[in-house]
Design a binder for this molecule. Structure first.
Ligand code: G3P
Length: 223
């Protein structure tokens, strides 16, 4: 499973990229607003740090304007994935952009029918929002199961399931069990995947016992 980070905070992205476990980045208009920075500048910086796909979202809702904005965004760097909303105009733009060889992430997906349309439109990624479905009392993970099953039934569909609106590690594990291709995680959730109290406790014991030996692991001289 690929891990993307869902943020426009360049310091966070640099720190997470240094782990060697980061495969890409997703942003959205809310995350760009939170960064307080200009979209073109921040996406350019992110693309220079992370070689994998970097999703940059259009703000337009009408086809011609979506295409104009998409053209600006995809010219930032070769690893930009243009993010478009799951609307008729958004999917029309998806079809055109993917036909031109541009990666497209179709966002704001809340149903299997929408995901099927996005795949037929040639989306590189479909972004179902699991957390926002959970928030309204629907099971977001059932949507992931449905989409994965549908896409598997039609190998001609190459769209990757990018699980978005992830709130906690259980979302990540459940999505991985279902075979979703990608999860985009807020930085705190990505970091939390490392944690287990028994790891901390075990390490503390090993270090204390090691200190008692008075040893150091170093090359011994051969004189
Ligand atoms: O970037 C799209 C998605 O991950 C947003 O998540 O937490 O705002 O529902 P959230």
């Amino acid at each position: 499973m690929k891990f993307f980070v869902d943020t426009a905070d360049i310091a966070e992205i640099k720190a997470l990229a240094a782990t060697g476990l980061l495969d890409g980045v997703t942003t959205n208009p809310s995350l760009i607003a939170k960064s307080g920075r200009r979209i073109l500048e921040v996406i350019k910086e992110i693309c220079a740090v992370v070689p994998g796909p970097v999703s940059a979202e259009v703000a337009a809702t009408e086809y011609d304007q979506i295409m104009r904005e998409a053209d600006v965004l995809r010219r930032i760097a070769g690893n930009v994935a243009v993010k478009v909303p799951l609307t008729p105009d958004g999917l029309r733009a998806c079809r055109t952009l993917s036909g031109q060889g541009t990666m497209v992430n179709v966002t704001l997906c809340f149903s299997a029918a929408q995901a099927l349309l996005a795949a037929k439109a040639g989306a590189t990624f479909i972004s179902p929002f699991v957390g926002r479905l959970d928030d309204i009392g629907q099971d977001g993970m059932l949507l992931i199961a449905d989409i994965v099953q549908i896409y598997r039934n039609y190998p001609v569909l190459k769209t990757e399931v990018l699980v978005a609106s992830v709130r906690h590690p259980i979302h990540v594990i459940e999505a991985a069990k279902l075979g979703a291709h990608v999860a985009t995680l807020p930085p705190a959730v990505l970091r939390s995947l490392y944690n287990h109290p028994l790891t901390d406790k075990g390490l503390a014991t090993f270090l204390a016992d090691w200190a008692k030996t008075g040893q150091q692991i170093v090359e011994t001289g051969s004189t």
